[in-house]
Design a protein around this ligand. Structure first.
Ligand code: CA
Length: 234
């Protein structure tokens, strides 16, 4: 069974181009040009196995895509990738905190969209079926269950907080995790403004896990948003 994508995009040309490209990749595509279309397609699709992932534009003729995001997150937990022309960081953070899985600013390369879709789908699937506990990337191996981190075959010793932060990123590998989400999950809800903790601990993790801490290739900064651990090769 092919996976069903709901593409919500009012730009006719982009909608047609993306629909075609996604079909070539083997997705079954439902395309909506408005919030009303999207809601109708979601309601109908529910009876036919449902929608597996939503690509959501924000500026739509009958409202803001954000309202659909909120409704989707309260419902069946379908992964949502926001595709928007808005580049300011504030809404990005709000949307990610509100539960969007990822955010792409138009124009974006198709390959990037497909990669983010695979991550969002896998992440959602593993979140319900089995937790992500293993991560490999080059000479780095992280085994959360065994509480072990190795680089080039040598054990890397992490402090409990470093390990907790790394584990949070491993569970969302390939996805951006906002400062707020990291602070809340690792330190607690009352620490969500303490972004200097993140800078400190990410610096420590990079010193231990990157070949060159000043030029990180694994623990990436998403400016103004948060951090992304690159996808596992597992
Ligand atoms: Ca639009």
């Amino acid at each position: 069974m092919s996976l069903c994508v709901l593409l919500v995009e009012d730009d006719r040309e982009l909608r047609a181009t993306l629909s075609e490209a996604l079909r070539v990749e083997g997705y079954y595509v439902l395309a909506a040009a408005s919030l009303a279309d999207a809601r109708a397609l979601l309601a109908n699709a529910g009876a036919n196995g449902g929608v597996h992932i939503v690509l959501l534009d924000l500026g739509l003729p009958d409202g803001d895509g954000e309202s659909l995001l909120v409704a989707l997150r309260q419902g069946r937990g379908i992964p949502v990738i926001v595709i928007s022309a808005r580049e300011t960081e504030d809404p990005k953070i709000r949307l990610l905190d509100a539960g969007a899985d990822d955010y792409l600013v138009k124009p974006f390369p198709l390959g990037e969209l497909l990669a983010r879709m695979r991550v969002a789908l896998r992440h959602r699937g593993t979140a319900t079926e089995r937790a992500v506990t293993r991560y490999t990337q080059g000479d780095l191996l992280i085994d959360l269950r065994a509480h072990r981190v190795q680089r080039g075959g040598e054990d890397v010793h992490l402090t409990p907080t470093e390990f907790k932060l790394l584990a949070r990123l491993v569970r969302s590998a390939g996805q951006v995790v906002t400062h707020r989400q990291l602070l809340a999950d690792v330190w607690g809800a009352e620490f969500t403004e303490h972004t200097h903790y993140l800078r400190l601990y990410m610096g420590q993790l990079r010193a231990k896990l990157e070949a060159d801490a000043a030029d990180p290739r694994r623990l990436l900064t998403e400016p103004g948003l948060g951090y992304r651990l690159v996808e596992s090769e597992d």
